[in-house]
Design a protein around this ligand. Structure first.
Ligand SMILES: Nc1ncnc2c1ncn2[C@@H]1O[C@H](COP(=O)(O)OP(=O)(O)OP(=O)(O)O)[C@@H](O)[C@H]1O
Length: 264
């Protein structure tokens, strides 16, 4: 495996994430499972890339490799950052700590980075305010709704000002209405911060609303089948959901996905 965090060449333009010939197999023959690839992927700085694909096609595997939680079987995945800023990952199960207050949860990554407490609290409070959670800084997560907990997880990930945001179905467990609200919030946030994002979802609507590019993966082992650029200029808002181009792109993507989703 290549060094996932190589030193950038000064002044050289570079993609933030670059995967080449990436594969991952789990287990040993005869019981091995080819989960992913081969797959080549480049995500440019500031780009928001959405990945859709049938269940079990290796999406989470790709994200875990990108997060440095899993090694590829072959190929390389490089993440180039211009500053020692981390990649932040949000899983669909939120991963927030019930025994910490909301503020302490949001401050978590900053504490690891040894940001002084006063500054860390101020940054955490700033993100809580942006996520509409200012009044809940001293509350414990158990007292929050699912959507509020998810916003805490997003605030925690963004508080470290990651150069790369890795999101694995972050809104999957939410009801449709809340999901739409959080999509719009994320759209607004990432268009302001220009955070490079790799976002996994089962929802084609979500992918089209959020993505500069929507990549469609094949059934396992997941390879890239197609790439679409939703034809909506930025900054965009959730209003694009009612555009005719939105509906036609959605049905085009669904046609592709339906062929892959049918079990062999
Ligand atoms: N640790 C593991 N050991 C063995 N097999 C694994 C492991 N992790 C994933 N797999 C297998 O690899 C394949 C891809 O899994 P992965 O979770 O990446 O898919 P996915 O596209 O994220 O699925 P979903 O959309 O259902 O969340 C699946 O067949 C899964 O069973």
């Amino acid at each position: 495996m290549g060094d996932p965090h190589p030193k950038p060449t000064p002044g050289a333009p570079h993609p933030t994430l670059h995967a080449t010939g990436l594969t991952r197999t789990f287990g040993r023959p005869p019981r091995s499972v080819d989960a992913l690839g081969p797959l080549d992927l480049t995500v440019a700085p500031g780009e928001f890339v959405c990945l859709v694909g049938p269940s079990g096609c290796g999406k989470s595997t790709l994200l875990r490799i990108a997060a440095g939680l899993l090694r590829p079987s072959t190929g390389t995945l490089e993440i180039r950052t211009s500053a020692p800023r981390p990649a932040a990952m949000i899983f669909q199960d939120y991963g927030i700590y019930d025994w910490k207050t909301v503020r302490a949860n949001v401050r978590f990554g900053l504490d690891i980075q040894r940001v002084p407490r006063r500054e860390a609290n101020a940054r955490a409070d700033g993100w809580l305010a942006r996520m509409g959670l200012a009044d809940f800084a001293d509350a414990y997560p158990a007292t929050l709704s699912g959507g509020m907990r998810q916003r805490v997880a997003i605030a925690r990930a963004l508080a470290v000002e990651p150069e790369l945001l890795l999101m694995d179905e972050p809104f999957a467990a939410l009801d449709a209405q809340l999901r739409m609200i959080l999509q719009d919030e994320l759209l607004d946030l990432t268009q302001t911060t220009r955070t490079t994002t790799l976002f996994i979802t089962h929802s084609l609507e979500e992918a089209i609303v959020l993505g500069d590019r929507v990549l469609v993966m094949s059934a396992r082992p997941g390879r890239l089948l197609a790439e679409h650029r939703p034809p909506f200029p930025r900054p965009r808002t959730g209003d694009i959901r009612s555009a005719p181009e939105f509906t036609s792109l959605k049905s085009e993507l669904w046609d592709l996905l339906r062929k892959e989703a049918v079990p062999a």
